[in-house]
Design a protein around this ligand. Sequence first.
Ligand SMILES: Cc1cc2nc3c(=O)[nH]c(=O)nc-3n(C[C@H](O)[C@H](O)[C@H](O)COP(=O)(O)OP(=O)(O)OC[C@H]3O[C@@H](n4cnc5c(N)ncnc54)[C@H](O)[C@@H]3O)c2cc1C
Length: 498
Amino acid sequence: MFDVLIIGCGVVGAAAAYELSKYQIRGKALSVAVLDKENDVSQGTSKANSAIIHAGYDPPHGSLMAALNVEGSRLVRELCVKLDIPHRQCGSLVLAFSSGPRETCLSEEQHLRKLFERGERNGVPDMEILSRDAALALEPNLSGDVRAALLAPTAMIISPWEFTLALMETALRNGAELFLNREVISLKRLQGKAGDAETFWRVTTDKDSFDARYVINAAGVYSGKIHNMVSPQSFEIYPYRGEYYLLDKSEGKLVNHIIFQCPTPAGKGVLVAPTVHGNLIAGPNSGSCDDEDDTAVTAAGMEEVAGKAKKSVPSINFRANIRNFAGLRAAADRDDFIIAGAEGAPGFFDAAGIKSPGLSAAPAIAKRLLELLTAGGLALEPKEHPVDTRRRVRFADLSPGDRIKLVQKNPAYGRVLCRCETVTESEILDSLAAPIPPRTLDGVKRRCNPGMGRCQGGFCGPRILELLADRYNLEPEEILQDRSGSYILTAEGTSIGT
Ligand SMILES: Cc1cc2nc3c(=O)[nH]c(=O)nc-3n(C[C@H](O)[C@H](O)[C@H](O)COP(=O)(O)OP(=O)(O)OC[C@H]3O[C@@H](n4cnc5c(N)ncnc54)[C@H](O)[C@@H]3O)c2cc1C
C-alpha cells in the first residue's frame, strides 16, 4: 500500500513526487509511487513546449494561474541551481507594433500597459515599458515596426525535460518509486479489512494494480478522462496543438531575450527565443485537435509560424531549420488550473487543465497539492536531511584544463561520440547508470544532448544504439528511437537507396 500514488510523470507529477519525497509520516518514510503510460518521464506536454519560465504578467489577477506562476518562477530559479538544471535568466520582451491599422497599433500599446499593470498586481518584479529605440538597442534584430515593448527581466529559458527528470531523480533518491509503461485504466475506492473504517484506492493499469491511500491525477491532456473514472464529469479537457521550428545554432544569437507579440484570446502567440542549448525556437501556433496523442506537424502550421515569427524578427533564416515538433496544451472549459479534490472521491486530487504557464508553475502546484493532502488527513512531517542536490558532468561546458583532468581520471571522457554537441562516451554511460536510465535513443539525447546538433544523430546514433543494446542485453533491432513502436532497424542488410 502506497501513501500517495501520482498518475503521470510530466513536470507536475514529478514536482509533486519531489516535494512529497522530502516528507515522512510518524517518523517513517512516506511511500510515494508515480505511474506513467510511456517508457520515459516527460513524454507528454512537458517534453514539447516553449521552455519558458514566464514572469507572470499574463494570467488574470486573482487566478490560481497568476499566483502559482509568480511563486513557481521563483521556486524554479532555486531548483535550477540546486538540481543542476540548464537555465538562463534572459528576460522577455512583449512587442507592440506600429504597422497595420492605427487602432491596432494604439490598442497594442494599451495592451502593454494592461500587461504591465496586471504584472504589478500579480507581484512580478522589475518590469519596464521600453520605447522603440530602447527595445531596438537591446535587440537590434527586431523588426523596425516595433513601437514599444514590455521588458520582464525575471523570465527564463530552461530545459523542460531535464527539469522534469531532475525532480523525479531526486524524488527517487529520497525513496519514491517510478513505474513506467503503466497505463492507468481504472480506479476503485475499496474498503480496508472487515470492520476497518479506512478505505483506499485500487489503481489498475494495463499490467498490474497498485493500492494507495491518496491519489493525485497529473495526467495532462488525459486528466479529464482519469477524473471521470472516479467522479461525475465536472470539466472537460481539449487538446490544443502548438507547432514549432527549432533552428540551428547559426541562428541562436539572433535574439538575447524571449520575444513575444501581444497576446490574443487564442494564447500568448508566436514567440522567438534562444534555447539553453544555443539554438533558436519559433512557435507555437494554436489549433484544436481531436486526438490527445497527435503531435504531428503540418505544412500549413509551419508556414503560419514562420510568417508570424518574421513579423518580430524579419531576418530569421528558416532554411537553418533542424527540427519541427508540436506539443498539446491541456486546455479546459474554464480559464484556470483545476487543483482540487474530486466530488465524491475522498483522497483523490486533480491537477488538471494545466496549460501554460504550467511549466513555470509546477513547483508551486506541487506545494498546493501538499496543502490539499494535508487538509485531507495526510500528517506530513519534514524529513531532517532529504537529498536536495544533483550534479552531472557536461564535458562541453568545461575549461580545457578541467577536460584534461577528467580524461586522465577516466579515458571514456576522451572519446567524443557526438561531434556536433561534444558529448563523450562517459557522459552517455553516466546517464545509463543514473536513477532513471534512458531506454531509447531520444531518451539518451534528452539526458546528455547527443543528436541535438545539426546532424541530428547521423554520426553518433549507431554507436549510442550499440551502448543501449549492451546496457540492456538486447539485440540492436530491439532498440527504439523514442516511444513504443519506434523501431530503427527493421530488417537486416537493407540500406537507403537499394
Ligand atoms: C505548445 C505549448 C507551449 C507551452 N509553453 C509553455 C512555456 O513556455 N512555459 C510554461 O510555463 N508552460 C508552457 N506550456 C504548458 C506546459 O508545458 C504544461 O503546463 C506542462 O508541461 C503540463 O505538465 P503536466 O505534467 O500536467 O502534463 P504532461 O507533461 O502531459 O504529463 C502528463 C503525463 O501523464 C501521463 N499519462 C496520461 N494518461 C495516463 C494514464 N492513463 N496512465 C498513466 N500515465 C498517463 C502521460 O504519459 C504524461 O507523461 C506549454 C504547453 C504547450 C502545449
